[in-house]
Design a binder for this molecule. Structure first.
Ligand code: SAM
Length: 261
């Protein structure tokens, strides 16, 4: 990578320069030659290069056209590079050929992690596993367990669809330019079916969002506009009551409440 390249902070351009970490990332998933990999934000192609040892079926989405000078060389190997914001893409329109598994791999700028995960869920991109390098704090939040400070509405929302595992931390020293934060690699494995049975997903997600609205407040305060008597009755089954905070509520209990409101 040319050190004179005009690195753009607004796109989170901190490129990985450590060969061991790159190998660790691509070896985390058992990718074979008939698998398709979508890489979001290939940058100068460090990860793309490693992925090419596993499969030639790779589609990259890169927002910065100036990186073309580094990514052009991949076109001859069959890698498809699309320039534009991943969030604006009709990803499914690129998937009309045969492949075994679909993996999405990305070293993501922190501000875009949640919108990207949301897009994958909302657009119903038929992914098997996502492997993301994200800011360490984001990884802790996404992989948090119930009753810990990091457990929040996003944790519950994601757990519904994915099994989430934090794999390893990555020091800020292995990036160029060096960012202000450390990173971590997380694996999201799509569940065959959602974790709990939910009659109305929209209602379920709204209940979760409202329950966590003010983290320090009790359910009684956050859910004022709901049928509190009914919610209390359900909570009592689990030896809980309305003075509990959302962080103490498991996804199963949220489902039970939402299914019975
Ligand atoms: N994969 C490379 C690596 O590991 O060295 C680069 C990672 S860098 C942290 C993030 C990359 O995502 C940059 O190349 C940036 O231009 C790109 N990017 C940022 N926002 C994007 C978006 N919305 N859509 C597509 N690419 C994006």
């Amino acid at each position: 990578m040319d050190k004179d390249f005009n690195f753009k902070k607004r796109y989170g351009q901190n490129f990985l320069k450590d060969d061991n970490i790159l190998n660790n990332i691509v070896n985390t998933i058992d990718i074979t030659e008939n698998d398709l990999v979508i890489e979001i934000g290939p940058g100068a192609g460090a990860l793309t290069n490693k992925l090419l040892n596993k499969t030639k079926k790779i589609i990259c989405f890169e927002i910065d056209k100036q990186l073309e000078i580094y990514l052009n060389k991949f076109e001859e190997t069959g890698v498809k590079v699309i320039y534009g914001d991943f969030l604006d893409q009709d990803v499914k329109s690129y998937l009309n050929f045969s492949y075994d598994n679909l993996y999405i791999i990305a070293n993501l700028p922190y501000y875009i992690t949640t919108p990207i995960i949301n897009k994958i869920i909302v657009d119903k991109i038929p992914v098997n596993k996502c492997l993301f390098m994200v800011q360490k704090e984001v990884a802790d939040r996404l992989s948090a367990s119930k009753s810990t400070k990091d457990y929040n509405s996003l944790t519950v929302f994601m757990n519904y669809y994915f099994e989430i595992k934090k794999l390893f931390n990555v020091s800020r020293n292995v990036f160029y330019p060096k960012p202000n934060v450390d990173s971590a690699v997380i694996l999201l494995a799509k569940r065959e079916k959602p974790l709990v049975n939910v009659k109305n997903e929209e209602k379920f997600f709204k209940l979760i969002k409202d329950s966590f609205k003010y983290k320090r407040k009790t359910l009684k305060n956050n859910l004022k506009s709901y049928d509190l008597e009914k919610i209390e009755e359900i909570l009592n089954k689990y030896n809980m009551n309305l003075s509990a905070r959302a962080e103490a509520i498991s996804i199963e209990i949220f489902a039970d409440i939402s299914n019975n409101l």
